[in-house]
Ligand binder design. Sequence first.
Ligand code: GDP
Length: 287
Amino acid sequence: MTIQWFPGHMTRARRQIQDKLKLIDVVIELLDARLPVSSRNPMIDEILMDKPRMILLNKSDLADAKVTQEWIEYFKKEGITAFPVDASTGTNVKDIPAQARLLLKEKIDRQLAKGINPRAVRGLIVGIPNVGKSTLINRLAGRSIAATGDRPGVTKGQQWIKVGKEMELLDTPGILWPKFEDQNVGYRLAVTGAIKEEILNAEDIAFFGISYLMRYYWDALEERYGLQEFSRDADDSDSVIAIMEQVGRIRGCVISGGRIDLEKASRAFLRELRAGKMGRFSMEAPY
Ligand code: GDP
């Protein structure tokens, strides 16, 4: 597999974020609740230095709630404010301004003691492509500002967006790149849709996803595709492919001679998995 992590991208992204850090008080780091490690930039601590920050586990509607809770406790032990959100429906999003002020409490209290009226807290949203940055900005703004979708090249003049009276956000988020030299990280990102199928092959991604569900979420997989008679041995590639073929049969991905179009079946499987049709799942746990 030849996925490359482009150092040029990273250097540019890093410089852009560091420029923006000068303007802001607090960083809102968005991770995918299903994979908080792989969706995190490994150099984030170095990039953000000691800027106050909070971690939001986005797409929590798609993640295993129990595992998400374990992550929240994990981050709390590390001394980091973290909570789950769902930018697409707005769950917990309204708590963000108050949490941001809490992070700056000492500074705000000092100003108040001197009789200075503190200005709105200025925030920057950062995260890897597709993690939901634009959706969250639009949600916080209460209107459509940021174009959703992965278009890191599209930039316009920077503006502040008001979020109530107490917070302002930069309208363009900081885009970070995941580091996927580790093959499993690449596949996890691909299964959840953070990396497009053009980079990794759909059949390989689906194979990875199916074997993962066979190991950890068999019941959901069995129920959706009627796998009562199927082997659940995830280490046996024939068993994994038999399930892929079953998905194809059920979804009508059949080519001449009755053979299954595995690529089409893989795409159907991934679409359904990403849309939450097999229920919630997490791919990384803290313990
Ligand atoms: P960006 O590249 O980080 O700006 O990501 P976008 O905001 O464009 O979101 C990428 C995709 O994820 C879009 O299809 C969103 O609708 C979807 N999305 C964003 N937040 C959530 C969420 O909390 N839950 C779910 N299910 N989907 C989300």
